[in-house]
Design a protein around this ligand. Structure first.
Ligand SMILES: Nc1ncnc2c1ncn2[C@@H]1O[C@H](COP(=O)(O)OP(=O)(O)OP(=O)(O)O)[C@@H](O)[C@H]1O
Ligand SMILES: [Mg+2]
Length: 877
């Protein structure tokens, strides 16, 4: 009995961790018992398809109806919409027919193989799937190709191989460069955009020579994905490590039975000796380190074990292995690396000084970037996802063949939509205050995120989500990705791009990235309620469910996947039309990496970022050293600034963030290019007072410490030295306090909101007039301090204007009514007739009759008069 209770609790805890609501978890465990799989099935499928005995089903029917009723009431449902009450409805009975499904997949893989297909039953099949399907481990012997002598015509040989094996017309220029470097035994760092075809750079060497290519990859899902694709193309490959259920695969791999061996860094460290034997036997052509940004602490996905990969150079060099004529070349590849990360990678991996850097543009010219302001909470789902609802939900209603114009709704493309803002004004202000006051939030864990739990990078096992790629056909060569990367600014091209601005998207799936597991489930359920085939994806959901989602997504049966970062790297699906980030990502690297899942077929795709721009973003919880914390803040801050930007082309800012010179003027596709920047604003007066107050504080502080030194000479005495001595001045002036002082000095600034000043502080910082005065890193400036340039600004007393493009928060503040965070401020404003008129008018318009009524009733219960009037009412009845 006792044991049962403990088990039940553990299952409930696990379900909550997966992102399910506590009440649903408790209810599921009550009905199906302490089995995770049954409970998940119960929550997702409802009682109808849960594998329960008839009696149990009927017994629980009441509970289930109650549960679904509860869910329904929490979501607003428009009349006449398609009803699909849970996120697995569209899977139909597929979850129950794993065996036949998998066999079909296996058949498809084998049928697609053109040359001696090697699809290892055990090698590429997840243990669960293996158990379910009972596929016999059947190994097809691989004839090692004879080592080719590659002469000057190697490009021709590669081209014919490429056509025969992969169906591609030709190599892209960066692939050619990377292969040329490998052929001359050089190390190579390949920096190329997401979806550009980096994998081919290390797959070709395995096909050209009889030697093995060892690929180091961070995710089992990614390794599995690539092995399945290679099998489809008739290339022998396997992956090793904890995700590999068949122990014999490792042995065979070390005997040279596979052309490509995928390993995670943890495994490669363990296999150094056997790999040395392999190098002495069949030979190793290349070590490829995919997603190499994981090496660097400056990268967004740092993996400590990646840092130990210097063992490759140490152990596979001519000094260590006398029979080698040259060090086995290293090829490192990534789509997201800043200059700092690149240097770090070369140093950490001990790559040679002559390392060839193959750098292509990070620019993805077919991606249409935009940023929208949203509270990103359940209250805004309906508004934010209305385009998806229109596209997928309605689509089914009017028939699949009919084209639906799914161009973005004009008022929704706006970064700062006014009605978006007003109704959440109070909350946002409260959050701002909360963020400002709780510096502990920035140093520790955010309660909000602790509750929800996030998918953070822990280890390769967390990502053990084997998945397959079942394209079934080669990509359309006329739509090669490379063509979209190599566009010029010719008038014709420009015209084409201008046409693209308003072009509706082709039909294809969407991925929504959210920060927490909980949101994956709530948003997926919300979309399902509108008839959309949506599914949640987070690392804690059951493996069989995730495998199913992945597969259905690749087969175009799932239209929207709502995922955490667990569905990031390695997703190579050609026709993804929209990537939506619902909440600000933690870095621009992560953002660009995830956005890169869109439009891999070269056709137009949307990358939309919804973020609450009225709120300072917080870091997701993770273990970080002090330095890592600083870096994490810097990266989050860069991302925040990207969202705040209203004047620079988004594609340009992203590409320049990675250190690339953006050769064209702008992309002509992003929201900024389409709408143009906002009207410029002369902020000379506000900047003046901002800087003057800051300078005055610094002087007062110096005097109060008896250290009048460098500023005493220029001190103009509107405050006497004695006054200064009597008061205690803190060295750093908190931005909020600074704004209070500005308001104190001049009531005309009373009506300017704190958000606006935050924006101004950011602008002044970017112009080099102020800097952060706190040693701790912050997302946005918290303790402004004058720079030398700032002191010049203060002393110059220039009259000329200071025009700036107002940032998103400044625009929001302009539309928002100012709040008064302290009682004294509220009191002060009343003296000004204009402010008084505004406030009274606002108070009247703020009155929401329904809410006030209920609030009034509750309040009345607390007062004597209220209770008496209630009594009287009852008596009179
Ligand atoms: N030379 C080529 N011609 C046409 N298509 C190609 C060529 N090389 C690769 N591709 C296609 O490009 C797509 C993306 O390839 P790949 O997964 O290697 O991208 P990637 O650069 O590794 O992206 P990511 O950084 O997102 O991992 C694949 O579907 C592949 O078939
Ligand atoms: Mg890749």
């Amino acid at each position: 009995m006792n044991g049962e209770a403990v088990d039940g609790d553990a299952v409930v805890a696990k379900l909550v961790e997966m992102g399910f609501e506590y009440s649903s978890a408790v209810e599921a465990v009550k009905v199906v018992g302490a089995s995770i799989d049954d409970a998940v099935d119960y929550i997702l499928n409802g009682p109808s398809r849960t594998n329960l005995g008839a009696s149990t089903s009927s017994n629980c029917s009441k509970v289930c109806v109650k549960a679904s009723g509860k869910r329904a009431s929490s979501l607003s449902q428009p009349s006449g919409k398609m009803q699909q009450s849970n996120i697995l409805d569209h899977f139909g009975t597929k979850m129950q027919t794993k065996r036949s499904k998998f066999n079909v997949a296996k058949d498809a893989l084998n049928a697609g193989s053109k040359v001696s297909p090697v699809m290892e039953g055990n090698g590429n099949v997840h243990p669960d799937m293996h158990r379910d399907t009972k596929i016999k481990s059947e190994i097809i012997a691989v004839d090692c190709p004879v080592e080719l002598r590659l002469g000057a015509d190697w490009e021709q040989q590669v081209s014919s191989l490429l056509r025969k094996q992969f169906g591609h017309a030709s190599l892209k220029s960066f692939q050619r460069e990377a292969l040329a470097a490998w052929l001359s035994n050089q190390d190579c760092l390949v920096l190329a955009a997401t979806g550009s075809g980096k994998s081919l750079c290390f797959q070709i060497p395995a096909l050209l020579t009889g030697k093995v290519v060892v690929v180091i990859s961070p995710l089992i899902s990614l390794m599995h994905d690539q092995c399945l694709k290679l099998a489809k193309h008739g290339v022998s490959a396997c992956f090793l490590g904890s995700g590999q259920p068949d122990n014999s695969v490792e042995k065979k791999a070390m005997e040279g039975k596979y052309g490509l061996i995928y390993v995670c860094p943890e495994t490669v460290l363990r296999l150094i000796k056997p790999l040395q034997s392999l190098a002495a036997g069949r030979g190793i052509a290349l070590f490829a380190i995919d997603e190499v940004h994981c090496v660097s602490k400056w990268g967004h996905d740092f993996r400590p074990d990646y840092r130990k990969l210097s063992v490759l150079r140490e152990n596979f060099s001519t000094s260590k292995m006398k029979f080698l004529k040259f060090d086995i070349p290293l090829m490192a590849l990534t789509a997201t690396a800043t200059n700092r990360v690149r240097e770090d990678v070369i140093r950490c991996l001990c790559m040679s000084k002559e390392t060839k850097i193959v750098l292509t543009s990070f620019y993805r010219s077919n991606l249409r970037f935009s940023v929208k302001h949203s509270r990103t909470s359940s209250r805004t789902y309906k508004k934010d996802f209305h385009v998806l609802i229109k596209t997928y939900g309605l689509r089914r209603k009017i028939g699949d063949n009919q084209h639906l114009d799914c161009a973005e709704d004009s008022d929704n493309t706006s970064v700062c939509s006014e009605d978006d803002y007003c109704d959440r004004y109070e909350d946002d202000e409260a959050n701002l205050v909360k963020n400002d006051n709780t510096s502990s939030r920035e140093t520790g864990l955010s309660v909000e995120f602790l509750e929800d739990e996030t998918d953070t990078f822990q280890g390769v096992d967390d990502w053990d989500v084997p998945c397959g790629e079942f394209h079934g056909e080669s990509p359309d060569l006329s739509q090669e990705v490379c063509s979209s990367f190599e566009m010029s600014d010719s008038p014709m091209e420009l015209e084409e791009r201008l046409k693209l601005q308003q072009k509706p998207l082709d039909h294809g799936p969407t991925i929504i990235y959210v920060p927490t597991r909980k949101e994956t489930v709530t948003i997926a359920k919300f979309l399902c309620d509108f008839g959309i085939k949506a599914a949640a994806y987070n690392a804690k959901l059951s493996k069989s469910y995730l495998r199913q989602v992945h597969k259905e997504f690749h087969e175009d049966n799932v239209e929207v996947v709502v995922a955490t970062m667990a569905f990031g790297m390695g997703i190579d699906k050609l026709n993804v039309r929209r990537i939506i980030h619902y909440g600000l990502p933690q870095s621009l690297e992560a953002y660009y990496q995830e956005a890169g899942r869109a439009g891999r077929d070269g056709k137009l795709a949307d990358c939309i970022l919804f973020a609450n721009l009225a709120r300072t973003p917080t870091l997701l919880p993770s273990k970080r050293s002090e330095n890592q914390l600083k870096l994490a803040y810097t990266m989050l801050s860069d991302c925040h600034r990207y969202g705040m930007n209203t004047a620079n082309c988004r594609a340009r800012s992203l590409v320049e963030y990675f250190g690339e010179h953006f050769s064209r003027e702008k992309c002509y596709l992003c929201d900024v290019c389409i709408k143009g920047p906002p009207e410029m604003l002369d902020v000379r007066e506000e900047a003046d007072i901002f800087m003057q107050v800051l300078a005055a504080h610094k002087k007062q502080y110096a005097l109060s410490r008896g250290n009048s030194g460098y500023i005493a000479d220029s001190y103009d005495d509107d405050i006497t030295r004695r006054d200064v001595k009597q008061r205690q001045y803190v060295e750093k002036l908190y931005l909020k306090l600074l704004v209070s002082k500005i308001r104190e000095q001049s009531p005309k600034y009373m009506a300017i909101d704190m958000l606006w000043w935050q924006g101004l502080a950011r602008v002044m910082e970017s112009k080099g007039y102020i800097k952060e005065g706190d040693e701790k890193a912050h997302v946005q400036i918290k303790y402004p301090e004058l720079t030398e340039r700032g002191w010049d600004f203060v002393q110059s007393q220039r009259e000329e204007s200071l025009y700036i493009f107002p940032e998103a928060d400044m625009l929001l503040a302009g539309r928002k009514r100012r709040s008064f965070s302290t009682f004294s401020e509220w009191g002060k404003g009343w003296a000004d007739p204009e402010i008084r008129r505004q406030r009274l008018g606002r108070r009247r318009s703020n009155r929401k009759p329904r809410e006030r009524k209920s609030k009034g009733f509750k309040a009345s219960q607390k007062t004597v008069r209220g209770r008496l009037s209630k009594l009287l009412k009852l008596k009179s009845k």
